[in-house]
Design a protein around this ligand. Structure first.
Ligand code: TRP
Length: 358
């Protein structure tokens, strides 16, 4: 079994299942905080993997805070020219997917615009040791993946910044992928240590729980790895129907003509079947049986039709929102305003327990 900071991955999954049940029963007990880095456009892996889950939680009535982690981009990217474009694009995809700040308690904001949130970083940095930061497995992987020869200190400290992202509003549920579990563990430690060391064991910060997504891992069209823009194997949410058709035509399958659903032995074909299933709700096995000797050509045609139909409303909303940058700005401003209000209250509480009131 694989080890994570907080025990085995299986244990984290089990806790997630229990949390999911309680969220359904008592949505008012919870506050969701999650986020993304603005590093590019989103693809269908993001939609099926995380966006839809956020929409589902929002619709259950759980207040949903989404941080656009713009400062974090600077930890492993040289370029920052396009950050504001990517912030807008993220917001457009969130809204197109159904996150709705008008109807629900949903707030979308870039953390660079919430100074009181960022200020929490200073006390939080005193609650972790250098060696704890140094052994964070996700940070290590990111350093390797980016091939960094010089590593800036922001890279080692961003998990502490992430703790500020989560704790400033006292978020207690964080929907994340497996790679984020070490960061969640640091956040939990910071909350615990803050309460013990600075707050005489009052609960200033709750320890947030990770909520692991139930969505299957979506592979790229090369079939090998997770879908990702940088691996050039993704279908972007903003792609046209023609572009989508062309990409799917080139998707990797295998030499066997008859279509069967076998994720172990035929991962590429299984991935395409899973995608159809996510669009139509039909079981992958049933789709495979129906296609049978129709082969890879028919499989790809069916995926093209299913996906384009499924994405049509998302893409239509996207096109509308793209024409309306003022509305996006208004959504972000509203998110920033709410975030600053909560961050200000939290910072006052923090100053008060730390004897820094003048
Ligand atoms: N580190 C996350 C990622 O790379 C983004 C992120 C920043 C985040 N702050 C967060 C996620 C707070 C959850 C909660 O995807």
């Amino acid at each position: 079994m694989e080890e994570t900071y907080s025990g085995t991955f299986e244990a984290a999954l089990e806790r997630s299942r229990k949390l999911e049940a309680d969220l359904t029963a008592n949505p008012q007990k919870y506050k969701i905080l999650t986020g993304d880095r603005p590093t590019g456009m989103l693809h269908i892996g993001h939609l099926f993997g995380s966006l839809q889950n956020r929409v589902r939680l929002q619709n259950m009535g759980v207040p949903t805070y989404i941080v656009i982690a713009d400062y974090q981009v600077l930890t492993d990217h040289d370029s920052f020219e396009n950050i504001s474009t990517y912030i807008h694009n993220l917001a457009i995809d969130y809204l197109s997917a159904g996150l709705d700040p008008e109807k629900f308690k949903t707030y979308i904001f870039p953390h660079s615009h919430v100074p009181e949130l960022n200020q929490l970083l200073l006390p939080f940095l005193t609650l972790v040791t250098m060696s704890e930061l140094d052994r964070n497995p996700t940070v290590k992987e990111e350093i390797q993946a980016a091939g960094l020869s010089k590593i800036n200190a922001g890279m080692f400290t961003y998990p502490v910044h992430q703790a500020a992202d989560i704790l400033f509003c006292k978020g207690n549920v964080v929907p994340v992928g497996k790679d984020q579990l070490p960061h969640l563990e640091i956040t939990r430690q910071i909350a615990r240590r803050f309460n013990e060391r600075y707050a005489k064991s009052q609960i200033v910060f709750p320890e947030p729980q990770p909520l692991l997504s139930k969505a299957p891992m979506i592979r790229g069209l090369d079939g090998g790895q997770k879908m990702s823009k940088s691996r050039n194997n993704a279908i972007m949410l903003s792609a046209t129907e023609d572009e989508t058709a062309k990409l799917i035509k080139k998707a990797k399958t295998d030499g066997e003509r008859t279509i069967t659903y076998d994720p172990e032995k035929r991962p590429e074909v299984a991935n395409l079947l899973t995608l159809i299933s996510l669009c139509t709700g039909e079981e992958p096995q049933a789709i495979a049986e129906r296609i049978g000797d129709g082969g890879g050509g028919m499989l790809k045609q069916q995926l093209t039709d299913a996906l384009n139909e499924y994405l049509r409303p998302h893409r239509a909303r996207r096109a509308e929102l793209e024409k309306n940058p003022d509305y996006i700005r208004q959504v972000l401003r509203k998110g920033i305003e709410q975030a600053r209000k909560e961050a200000t209250e939290t910072l006052e509480q923090v100053r008060s327990v730390m004897n820094m009131v003048i």
